[in-house]
Design a protein around this ligand. Sequence first.
Ligand code: SF4
Length: 380
Amino acid sequence: MQSNTFCMSPFVRMTQWWNGNLNTCTHYNEMTGDGSYSEKQVFIPKDKYNSLLDAFNGKEMNDLRSKMINGDFLDGCRYCYHLESLGLMSLRQSINSCHTFESKAKLKEIEIYPSNKCNFRCTICNPSASSMWEKAPLQSKDEKPTKTYLLDDLDDLDLITISGGEPMIMEDYSGDFFKNRSAKLFTMATNNSVFPKKEFFNFVNRCDDILIYLSLDGVGEVGEFCRKGLKMTRFNKNLKKWQNWFDDSKFKRNGNPNYKLRPPFLTGLRIMFVMQIYNVFNVYDSMKWADEHDIILDLRNCYSPEKLNIAYLPDEIKEDIMNGPFYNDTHKEFTYKILNSDNYDKKRVEEFIEYTKYLMVLDEIPKESLKIFKKCMDII
Ligand code: SF4
């Protein structure tokens, strides 16, 4: 079953967020994409079900599956539709390429964010996802999950993804976690401030393949500002440890070209770079750094929070960005696509200005990260 809207996610996948709310995937209700300003909606409230499997068989997921079969255009799926409209691979396309439709749904993929425990306070993050953000002035505390993992009655899985917060400082992943379990593919995103203890690899080694994303939103002082808590020297040291570990393991450091679960074959050790207003002029240096450190860097755009998305900037600032320099064609094409993906939005830019003023009170912001803020102040 293929169409421009159909997605296999509700037939195979569940996600648990930091506050215990459940969803089919991490992007459902991620963005409205239609210029409205509604926040990410709760799909299945925490504690309604006792396990991911219960929730998967529950009313909300059954309704979502029916809508998929009917070919409905789903407001909650706008994030995927948006990426596809830019010619970028969406989670929908990725999941669809791994599963064929069967009328009986079977839970095969899970993504778990057990808590917001984190040692970083990144510019793109918020108190729901980071305990460090919770401690910042004027921030509110989100609810905490009372149940995590909820893996009861699940068979072996195709995909297990863990994320945070920062997974490597969570009790949940100390020792031999997910005992007696394995997965065809294990994926994880980490801020790379802590290299895992050796027990962590017990589970990892039981999996068929892995994707380890090290998050880095800039190098030098821009990177250390965008991901408050990052220390480049420590990041470089831990990167070396990961590279050595991969080279001694059964896994391929630069990805396994034969791996079919997640086209386009995203496995191995990679850098996840989220482009935002504060680091758009640092992409060049970051890509150069990645080449020099023999690691693949994947560019992503910031959609949450939308106020840091470069697509809403005034045209003259977009022109400055378009004038480069660009490290390579991938960098250039990606930036052009994102800049042209939406129009100047004064309200979003005002939100960006207010947010930057708030961050100025907390941190010293490097000049490079303030370039666009200063231009916006002149224009607006
Ligand atoms: S289309 Fe995207 S947002 Fe919608 S369910 Fe599928 S993966 Fe999730």
